[in-house]
Design a protein around this ligand. Sequence first.
Ligand SMILES: Nc1nc2c(c(=O)[nH]1)N[C@H]1C(S)=C(S)[C@@H](COP(=O)(O)O)O[C@H]1N2
Ligand SMILES: [Mo]
Length: 360
Amino acid sequence: MQTTRAAGESQAGLIIRESEPVNLESPFDQLDGYLTSNDLFYVRNHFEAPRLDVDSFELKIEGAIRHSFAISMAELRKLPAVTRTATLECAGNGRVFLSPPAEGVQWQLGAVSTAEWTGVSLTVLLERAGLLQDACEVVLEGADQGTPKTPPPKPSGEICYSRSIGLEKAKDTLIAYGMNGEDLTIDHGFPVRAVVLGHYGMASVKWLKAIRVVTEPFQGYWQTTDYAYWDEVEGSPVRRPLGVAALKSAIAQPRMRELVAAGESYRVFGAAWCGDLVVNRVEISTDDGATWQATTFLDPECPFCWRRWEFLWQVPQQRGTYILKSRAWDSEGNMQPEEHDRRFGSYVIHHTVGIEVIVQ
Ligand SMILES: Nc1nc2c(c(=O)[nH]1)N[C@H]1C(S)=C(S)[C@@H](COP(=O)(O)O)O[C@H]1N2
Ligand SMILES: [Mo]
């Protein structure tokens, strides 16, 4: 399959948002192919990436199951493999567009990428383990650890990165060792990671060392303190983990404050995605949201994947500043919102963002 750029020929690399630990943004303005090449796929690490020895590595499957076992990478690769294309987006993508400014990695548009993931369905491993009657969630535990950078409260000492998913999500979860036909790179979770289709990136635990079936909802740091939000039940606030990725579209070209020639036709180009439904319409406005026109999709509908779209803009003769916006619609008729939902704090940033261009 065509990727944005073949490894080795990349001109512009990833954008450094943080160097310790490395947090790298994909150059979204260079979006081109459907798949993001491995060298341009965004990287979101909370701690230094662990270097694991693939020959001695074992993934443990334990907890509320009939048979606990540990599986080597060689054994994992012998199980039936599946390949699924999926878009991953960091829940903090677009944080730089929040007003007032929010703490955290200042992602612009590019903490989102798409790859073809190869691995074993989590269902296969859980069937082999045999779930006990009272099993309720699956905790995915990473081999990286450290002290979270976020403000207190936080547990004392080092913690590892872990998240849980509901049992029903197992069928949409890959225990993946391959990315675009290659082994995972260290930054993307070598030798094995989870890929939870349709959820924000934080669910897709990298350097996966244990899969633990638990009998009550997991209350780990990364889904209560961080990557969580306040919902409301009958007037009372309740803390809930972030999960399904929200409906979003973004403009890759033109870039913010790009100079565009008056009177020419310009190809506006971008992508749209959403967690558990499909995007079936993207519209564009070239007058700051006053009027909207349909764009054309370049990719078919595919659950859990973005769709690139384009629009040929007849650039006005009138020189000046123009604000371009895109908005997506999903298969249930929901529209991408115009404002950020403050309940989600510095996460779930999927409102329409105006791209200012200068026509001259
Ligand atoms: N073990 C571990 N898994 C992790 C993380 C991490 O820091 N440690 N970061 C998560 C977050 S917040 C995101 S957005 C994705 C990013 O995956 P990528 O770096 O392959 O793009 O990994 C997730 N899995
Ligand atoms: Mo993330």
